[in-house]
Design a binder for this molecule. Structure first.
Ligand SMILES: NC(=O)c1ccc[n+]([C@@H]2O[C@H](COP(=O)([O-])OP(=O)(O)OC[C@H]3O[C@@H](n4cnc5c(N)ncnc54)[C@H](O)[C@@H]3O)[C@@H](O)[C@H]2O)c1
Length: 418
């Protein structure tokens, strides 16, 4: 089997960690059982470009039990768990092309190797497979039933492709599912970003000023957890509605220019570029900690920071010290890449359970409906979202009310007023 992983002898450790994660993935397990019976993906070839983690392994095994043939490559050069990659190859016979720390050339070579499967469905986390397929393997586009996209940044890229008329097959934006946002972007990114910062630095959050750039789904989660850890939280935003929401939620809101000299920790989660840059670095206190939890490592202007630096060194794992001309030191975590994946283990498994349940059901949806869809970006069908929420609630042993016939008639009518 063609594959490229670091070391197959890591597979035993990976298998144990996959088993551990799987215990917190009740929704995906229910879907896996159903897939094994109904085989909705029988004979379908899927290329997945996702963070190669224990939870992704559970998704791969779910897709396989639905009958799919799969190739997996990494959606981020730093997030691969080499032991998991080894276990997937050895035990599940899934071709994996991913090595933690791979350089950009290897990263794209791995995407090309995965595309050699000649897929009918793509599964992306950042749209790198879709864009590589469009640029380098346009011959594959006509056989594609569709693709799924896991994250905000990817959805933005794909919508722009659709608007420009260059998108060659339909995409379901898994990212836009309610059950994804709540769990993944908000609670998952919130907790795991703080976890990454703590593991990398072991600094005390309590009593610090913690600046969160961007008050979207992820920003809300990060702000909530930083505040819960005792920080005074400052939000920077460019959207007046989101900024107002942050104010009403009790945070201080100010432009980056004012936040720069106040913060002890800075975390970008905007999906935007150069959110913290030269004019901000020069205003920062000595010893501040900078990190990013947005998709790409462009939110911190690292070339700009290099330009202000007299010397730099790796002072701890995942912590790079930049000494500025002024003598002040700035610490950047994980090279400005997603800190929750670079220095921690990404989202807890129960969070990914919700995202990946969406991925699995959307793949089955594309098999049955893909041919009827336009070359556009679609939301997750609401019935899939509701089904996943129901499965999650029942896995937690929580029951909810349902509408009575009278209530259903009332809510569907307009005749009854005051
Ligand atoms: N770390 C993770 O595991 C993880 C998980 C999910 C998503 N993400 C990534 O996090 C990023 C944010 O995702 P989201 O779902 O919160 O998106 P979102 O669109 O809900 O929020 C982004 C916010 O950033 C704001 N913003 C844009 N430019 C800004 C700037 N220059 N300064 C301040 N604010 C700015 C926007 O107005 C918006 O409110 C994306 O890149 C996404 O791919 C990361």
């Amino acid at each position: 089997m063609d594959c490229d992983v670091r070391d197959l002898s890591l597979a035993d450790k990976g298998r144990l960690r996959i088993e551990w994660a799987n215990q917190s993935m009740p929704v995906l397990n229910l879907i896996k059982e159903e897939f094994a019976g109904k085989r909705p993906l029988a004979g379908i070839r899927i290329v997945a470009c996702l963070h190669v983690t224990t939870e992704t392994a559970s998704l791969m095994e779910t897709l396989k039990s639905g009958g799919a043939e799969i190739a997996l490559c990494a959606s981020n050069p730093l997030s691969t768990q080499d032991d998991v990659a080894a276990a997937l190859v050895r035990d599940s016979h899934i071709p994996v092309f991913a090595i933690k720390g791979e350089d950009d050339r290897t990263y794209y070579r791995h995407i090309r190797s995965a595309l050699a499967l000649e897929p009918q469905i793509s599964m992306d986390d950042g749209a790198d497979v879709v864009s590589t397929l469009h640029k380098e393997r346009p011959d594959l586009a006509s056989q594609m039933l569709g693709g799924t996209e896991e994250t905000t940044t990817g959805v933005i890229r794909l919508k722009s492709m659709a608007q420009k008329g260059v998108l060659r097959y339909p995409i379901v934006a898994v990212n836009d599912a309610q059950t994804k946002h709540f769990f993944d972007n908000r609670y998952g990114t919130g907790q795991s970003t703080l976890d990454g910062i703590l593991r990398a630095t072991n600094r005390l959050i309590a009593g610090s000023c913690f600046v969160v750039c961007g008050y979207g789904w992820c920003g809300k989660g990060v702000a909530m957890r930083a505040q819960g850890s005792g920080a005074s939280v400052v939000i920077t935003e460019v959207d007046p509605l989101r900024a107002l929401e942050a104010v009403m939620d009790g945070y201080r809101v100010m432009p980056m220019e004012d936040a720069a000299p106040e913060g002890d920790f800075f975390c970008t989660v905007t999906g935007d570029i150069n959110v913290i840059r030269k004019e901000h670095f020069v205003r920062m206190k000595d010893g501040v900690i900078l990190c990013n939890s947005g998709h790409f490592n462009v939110e911190l202007d690292l070339p700009g920071l290099e330009g202000l630096t007299v010397s730099s060194r790796e002072i701890r794992d995942f912590v790079k010290e930049y000494r500025l001309h002024s003598g002040r030191r700035i610490y950047v975590l994980g090279d400005g890449r997603l800190i929750n994946l670079a220095a921690a283990e990404g989202h807890p498994s129960s969070v990914m359970d919700m995202s990946f349940a969406n991925q699995a059901l959307c793949a089955a949806f594309l098999v049955s409906q893909g041919r009827q869809l336009e070359k556009q970006v679609y939301g997750v069908p609401p019935e899939i979202d509701r089904r996943i929420a129901s499965l999650k609630l029942s896995s937690m042993g929580i029951r909810i009310d349902s509408l009575t016939a009278e209530q259903e008639a009332y809510l569907g009518s307009w005749e009854m007023g005051t």
